[in-house]
Write a protein that binds this ligand. Sequence first.
Ligand code: 13P
Length: 258
Amino acid sequence: MRKALVAGNWKMNGSLEANRALLSALMEAIPGHDAVDVAVCPPALYLPSVIAQLQDHAIEVGGQDCSDEKSGAFTGEIAADMLREIGCRYAIVGHSERRAREQEDSLWVARKFVAAQAAGLVPILCVGELLEDREAGRTESVVAEQLDAVLDLAGVEALSSGVVAYEPVWAIGTGLTASPEQAAEVHAFIRNRVAARSTSVAASLRILYGGSVKADNAAGLFALPDIDGGLIGGASLDADAFTAIVNAAVGVQSQESA
Ligand code: 13P
């Protein structure tokens, strides 16, 4: 059975004080789980303080992005080695907000995936279509292009220690969630596409869903066969909501293992 992962992407939110309060609530409410990995991804500037506060706690930490370059004259960039050195376990790459705002294309994202992995991080590769893509029937071709860029550059085996997050762009921060059928369809598509290159990698690959996951829809999504947890935006800033989402994942995992 795949171990679920619930990761909070704080995006550009928080402050030293707000982070401290949020983390102390989470540390109390979320014990270490055998069934579910939990992570938070704060803005890079807060990583050291978040990592320090979470020391000795099972909640792990990730960056929201990393450079595709190892080091050098890249003003403003953060290298994967730096994230690893200060204690990150994960790095999100290819979030749609960066694909849109920073014009990160799929090859660039694939290079970030490779850089993260080379540094010993677990990359969380975000893929997902725009509303106009879905309406034009292009969901699968868009997701395939984003996924194939990584498969082609890194090789399918690289995904055995990576994570994919399907985040339909139209569901991010909008309150619109993909219906269970829509999510299940794309998750199965992703797993099948990986399976075409390696069935064993596909079988062990964790595929998260992201896009307006809330306390009241998490259990329904996580119960779907190809969904192995979630990448949570807005609701990860609220201790009660994030805890409820983690608990939903724990509940689904324990039902599946019963
Ligand atoms: P929301 O949960 O706020 O829709 O954000 C999802 C997301 O983009 C996580 O990376």
